[in-house]
Design a protein around this ligand. Structure first.
Ligand SMILES: N[C@@H](CCC(=O)N[C@@H](CS)C(=O)NCC(=O)O)C(=O)O
Length: 230
């Protein structure tokens, strides 16, 4: 008996990526099922998972359903304390939870204006004042983690070792990369760390292998290649 994780898509679904990273990066066994987020079959396929409505949704080995990312991360952390989803240090753990909660509830302009797509880098993306404010807030929140908790300088994970907070900010890194958003050098290093993470690369490779007709998002004229990752 193992967990079941239901996701929607690998090229675009930021929340699916978060859910998958929580299993993949912390070595928790899971069977992954892809639902038809873009083919129109998801609602019908999710009927058996009610009252869950969105991906990611998890079914525990007991058959219990978890339909929200925050509930998924807290449940996995409670059931797998040895996996290290949250930092060990109590103060770091508070900040990791704060980062995850703020990601879940905030950054609405970043999320709306720059939907995650892992295919290309949009050229000359126009930065509104509201988007600039979200980017500043990211710099402030992640900068605090770099200053106080990351331990190994500008290119470490937020709390030294990979934590659930990094999983929640992986799609943010992808948005910064996918829209060429202007960020500080240390945030750019953190983005590169995500882009070169083997789990992220494996997810992206499968995501971009899918052909969409029509392609769900407008990438503008002549988008640039996705940034190179080691
Ligand atoms: N609050 C949810 C958000 C999940 C979410 O919005 N997932 C999107 C895909 S990235 C979805 O299922 N969309 C389907 C729909 O809106 O019907 C969570 O934290 O898991």
């Amino acid at each position: 008996m193992t967990y079941d994780l239901f996701i929607g898509d690998k090229g675009f679904s930021s929340w699916s990526l978060r859910g998958w990273l929580l299993f993949e990066k912390f070595n928790i066994d899971v069977n992954v099922t892809m639902l038809g987020l873009y083919s129109g079959t998801m609602k019908q396929e999710m009927a058996k998972l009610a009252p869950a409505r969105f991906v990611p949704t998890v079914r525990t080995p007991e058959g219990w359903i978890i339909g929200e990312s925050i509930a998924i991360v807290e449940t996995l952390a409670e059931r797998h304390p040895e996996a290290g989803l949250w930092p060990q240090d109590a103060q770091a753990r508070i900040y990791a939870r704060w980062l995850v909660a703020e990601m879940h509830a905030g950054f609405s302009t970043l999320r709306n204006d720059c939907p995650m797509q892992l295919f290309k880098q949009v050229q000359d993306f126009a930065i509104s004042d509201a988007l600039a404010a979200d980017i500043n807030r990211l710099e402030e929140m992640l900068g605090h983690a770099f200053d106080r908790f990351s331990g190994d300088g500008a290119d470490g994970w937020l709390f030294g070792d990979y934590s659930a907070a990094d999983a929640f900010y992986a799609p943010v890194a992808a948005r910064i990369a996918g829209y060429g958003l202007p960020v500080s050098d240390r945030l750019a290093s953190y983005v590169s760390k995500h882009l070169s993470d083997p789990a992220f690369k494996a997810w992206r490779a499968e995501g971009i292998a899918v052909t969409y007709d029509p392609f769900p998002y407008d990438l503008g004229m002549d988008p640039k290649p996705w940034p190179a990752a080691d």
